[in-house]
Design a protein around this ligand. Structure first.
Ligand code: GDP
Length: 477
């Protein structure tokens, strides 16, 4: 839904130079031959007391239409699991332990290659693990509109308890609506205290089954290989409850989880097939890359001809390197693949010039009125626990009938990349109280169009949110 600046200007009868000036005031650098969003055009027209013609027809949002499956064509598919948690709590050790116990010598190939994900069999059922632990990769993908993970394993060291990144991971998984299984790790250590971990989990909104809640926890030792099987069984159990399904008999779609330019092989991408079956020879598009699948290589480094749902595979044959989080789609023909990608390449050039429609405190009211948002999501950072709690409580009280104010993540410390990524993926704003972002965090927030606001006085912070909800906030320069 875009309009050409030149056409738009003549449509509302305003000189193009004036339109361009107004765009500049909104921070959009565009010339007469560029497209701007319809919503942007509406705003500009309003400034000049003009009305834009309503959209002729609801244009297709996606350039490729992916048909829905019939219920009867759907079959169960393996779960895709991400391991998250604080640094040094044992994420890598857990991924290694699972790989080593489950990829038996009996399996052809035997040794796993690093392709960004691997699969294991548990009671003859497959489980897929993403090999990049941590919530950064997870959220980076969500920022690009992709969600690959079905289940999150939260690793908490029993001798260390819940730490800042544990809390971050909980917020990120919750924001994505992904079920959490807690692996209480390092139970072999003398200082291990499982009950304390459960207490801290409950303080952070995760009540484990033993305490009457619905969160499954499994005490393990990644190092001593204790209870790894139990953890895997719990993953299967949760997967069954999720009723994960896909249709293997259709052209494949999925997500790029890793990519690089290989000297010998050209652009290489690891994809996870979310639906359908990917085959050698298929014409595919991924972001602004396209090509014909020349080879499929599985996590054991073996060439395969097909990849059914939930399979991670390396693909060769793309003409450029796609980005992690890009969707890949098998097209009917090479020609169709090429045509779509050519359009996308032009569009992505245009879009780089256009500010995105992420939320800012200034336009909360506007978006509220249009019914575009029902919730103002906030990532809150503060210098001390006391003010964090006080602000959180006051903020949530500001909720009105139209809009709920919710703090999707709140913790003590500076504003970090991870906060900006969470806000970007969740369309939230970041508020800092007595804490500031570093220059590199500001740069990221500019790129991601994430609104960061910092305050030193609680009263002013709350007042700004109240004003924003009433459309009375003065713009910040
Ligand atoms: P990550 O940063 O979360 O990926 O953590 P690592 O897997 O790198 O583990 C950090 C450290 O904890 C390493 O020295 C591991 O050997 C150790 N570690 C991991 N799991 C266990 C465990 O179950 N028991 C003990 N004693 N040490 C562990």
């Amino acid at each position: 839904e875009t309009v050409l600046v030149g056409e738009f200007a003549s449509q509302i009868g305003v000189p193009a130079t004036q339109v361009i000036m107004s765009l500049m005031k909104m921070g959009i650098m565009a010339n007469i031959n560029q497209h701007i969003k319809y919503e942007t055009a509406e705003k500009i027209a309003f400034e000049f007391d003009k009305l834009v013609e309503p959209l002729q027809k609801e244009e297709e949002k996606e350039d490729v239409v992916i048909k829905d499956d019939l219920e009867e064509d759907l079959l169960p598919r393996p779960p895709i699991v991400t391991v998250m948690g604080h640094v040094d709590h044992g994420k890598t050790s857990l991924l290694d332990a699972i790989r080593n116990t489950k990829v038996t010598a009996g399996e052809a190939g035997g040794i796993t290659q690093h392709i960004g994900a691997y699969e294991v069999y548990v009671n003859n059922k497959k489980v897929v693990f993403l090999d990049t632990p941590g919530h950064e990769a997870f959220t980076q993908m969500r920022m690009r509109g992709a969600q690959v993970t079905d289940i999150a394993i939260l690793v908490v060291a029993a001798d260390d308890g819940i730490k800042p990144q544990t809390i971050e991971a909980i917020s990120h998984a919750k924001a994505a609506g992904v079920p959490i299984i807690v692996a209480i790790n390092k139970i072999d250590k003398e200082a291990a205290n499982i009950e304390r971990v459960r207490q801290e989990l409950s303080d952070n909104g995760l009540l484990v089954e033993e305490w009457g809640g619905d969160i499954i926890d499994v005490p393990i030792s990644a190092k001593k290989n204790q209870n790894i099987d139990k953890l895997l069984e719990m993953i299967l159990l949760v997967a069954e409850m999720e009723e994960l399904k896909a249709n293997p008999n259709r052209p494949a779609v999925g997500t790029v989880v890793e990519s690089n330019l290989d000297k010998g092989r050209g652009p290489v991408a690891t994809v996870i097939v979310s639906n359908g079956t990917l085959k050698v020879g298929d014409p595919v598009i991924a972001g602004t890359a396209y090509g014909k699948i020349r080879a499929l290589i599985n996590d054991k480094g073996k060439r395969v001809k097909k990849a059914p749902p939930s399979t991670p595979v390396e693909i060769l044959g793309l003409d450029e390197v796609p980005m992690a989080g890009d969707r890949f789609i098998v097209m009917q023909s090479d020609k169709a693949a090429k045509a779509i990608v050519e359009k996308r390449r032009i569009k992505s050039r245009d879009e780089r010039l256009e500010a995105s429609s992420k939320i800012t405190l200034e336009d909360v009211f506007d978006k509220m009125q249009k019914g575009e948002i029902k919730e103002l999501k906030i990532v809150l950072k503060a210098d001390v626990q006391g003010s964090l709690e006080a602000i959180k409580q006051s903020l949530e009280k500001v909720s009105s009938e139209e809009v709920k104010v919710s703090v999707i993540h709140g913790s003590v410390g500076a504003i970090t990349d991870s906060d900006v990524m969470l806000a970007s993926a969740s369309n939230a704003i970041v508020i800092g109280f007595n804490v500031r972002p570093s220059a590199s965090v500001i740069a990221l927030s500019d790129r991601e169009q994430v609104n960061i606001r910092t305050y030193r006085i609680i009263y002013e912070l709350i007042e700004d949110i109240e004003k924003a909800m009433k459309g009375m906030l003065d713009p910040e320069f």
